[in-house]
Design a protein around this ligand. Sequence first.
Ligand code: NAP
Length: 305
Amino acid sequence: MIDVLIIGAGPAGLSAAIYVERAGKHAVCLEAMTVGGQIVNTPDIANYPGIKKISGFEFSMGLYEQATELGADVIYEKAVKIRESSDEGQKFFTVLTESGKEFEAGAVIIATGAKNRLLGIDKEETLTGRGVSYCATCDGAFFRGKDVAVNGGGNTALEDALFLLNYCSKVYLIHRRSEFRGEPQNLEAIKDKPNIEFVLDSTITELKGDRNLEAVVVKNKNTGELREIPVSGLFIAIGQEPDNGAFSDVAALDEKGYIIADESCTTKIPGIFVAGDCRTKNVRQLTTATSDGAVAALAACSYLG
Ligand code: NAP
């Protein structure tokens, strides 16, 4: 029987593991993909208090080493269901994984983060890996010397554009509004580069190309004008969505699919806690994810007694 089973080994999950271990209990993280979550793809983190600048990968590895050196285990399994169980009046939880394994734990913390939002247009899926990408740091180097587009107006899109400007002959930054959601410093860093073109108030309506991406078609929302932009790469950075469907029977979800919880990180079921980007909150940042991890871990340890 595991003390605290944590679903997800991103910043929230690994921070929870650190706090569980330091509280003298044993933590096991189940991770469906790679440790670190989405922050792994961020080239530079410059807003984490106490650390002036660090890459997302290095930050994630630091969290992983800290958690595992304290005694936490990370197991690469995708959790697909949480079942409430009991044995001689003792309540516990059974977590089932996609590969058919079962893990029993006294308390569970859901820290599944969020996944990339899709544009939802034709050919997006078939051209993924053939020009369409959701990760500039992973795939940017394949587009050295080529023209590419980035879609989005948040920090991810601005940072992706900055990263790609180093490799690509031209970067079109396509955003559906004329103002950016991302931080002014990030916009400042790219706005005067010679090889950037802002395509604002515009949405992508079509992807062209059969084997590989050849162009995107954008529509200007003010004029209705359609413009075809020839590019070999499109980096879609239009935010994230939660992936909590598997837990909807044990945790209440809001209309967007986030697990309903406040700063206490507790769910409607005692013993099940939630931390990080997968819960309802106003600010989804690295700092709020790691602090959720601490809060959920301490709540889980106090629940176990
Ligand atoms: P985000 O802040 O949610 O921004 C998503 C952007 O995509 C918005 O500009 C949005 O437009 C646009 N968008 C959403 N749906 C769209 C659609 N269907 N079609 C076209 N455009 C669409 O997402 P993010 O940039 O991935 O950032 C997520 C969180 O991580 C944020 O809190 C961000 O600050 C944080 N982050 C931090 C760092 C860092 O500190 N180093 C780096 C990356 C991300 P509207 O603006 O019109 O809504």
